[in-house]
Design a protein. Structure first.
Length: 141
């Protein structure tokens, strides 16, 4: 067993954590375990425990990434290109995101610059997001 410690500063807030994984197991079986909260941001400072902060971060960061992928996979054709078997944003289009509210119930708002999304396309994408994450968890602005 080889335990590796990683310091992670995610891109959804100013929290910084250290977590450990056993890198002697296959990557798909690695389970990150909280080691230390190095910095707790103002959005997560009201959470009662370090475990609650860790759980919020593990939900919020993937939600931002999964929302983008979900929109790419189900959104307007003009938004993405296919590279190999992966959809990516077309060149010149930017994915913007921000969180609001108080953890653990923060709301993710996403938008795109460099493309005009029609009201019908926006409604379709928002329906996909609601079905995937729950109503009010991700807002397409």
């Amino acid at each position: 067993m080889t335990i590796r410690t990683t310091r992670w500063a995610n891109d959804t807030c100013d929290c910084v954590v250290e977590y450990t994984v056993d890198d002697s197991v296959p990557q798909d079986n690695m389970v990150p375990t909280l080691s230390t909260i190095v910095n707790k941001c103002s959005f997560h400072s009201s959470l009662p425990s370090d475990t609650d902060v860790w759980n919020a971060l593990k939900e919020e960061n993937p939600r931002k990434n999964n929302a983008l992928q979900h929109i790419l996979d189900n959104g307007p054709a003009g938004l993405s290109d296919i590279v190999g078997s992966t959809k990516i944003l077309k060149q010149g289009i930017t994915y913007n995101f921000s969180y609001s509210g108080i953890a653990p119930n923060r709301v993710l708002t996403v938008s795109f610059t460099g493309i005009t999304i029609t009201p019908a396309q926006k409604t379709t994408a928002q329906t996909f997001l609601n079905n995937k994450f729950g109503v009010g968890k991700v807002i397409l602005a």
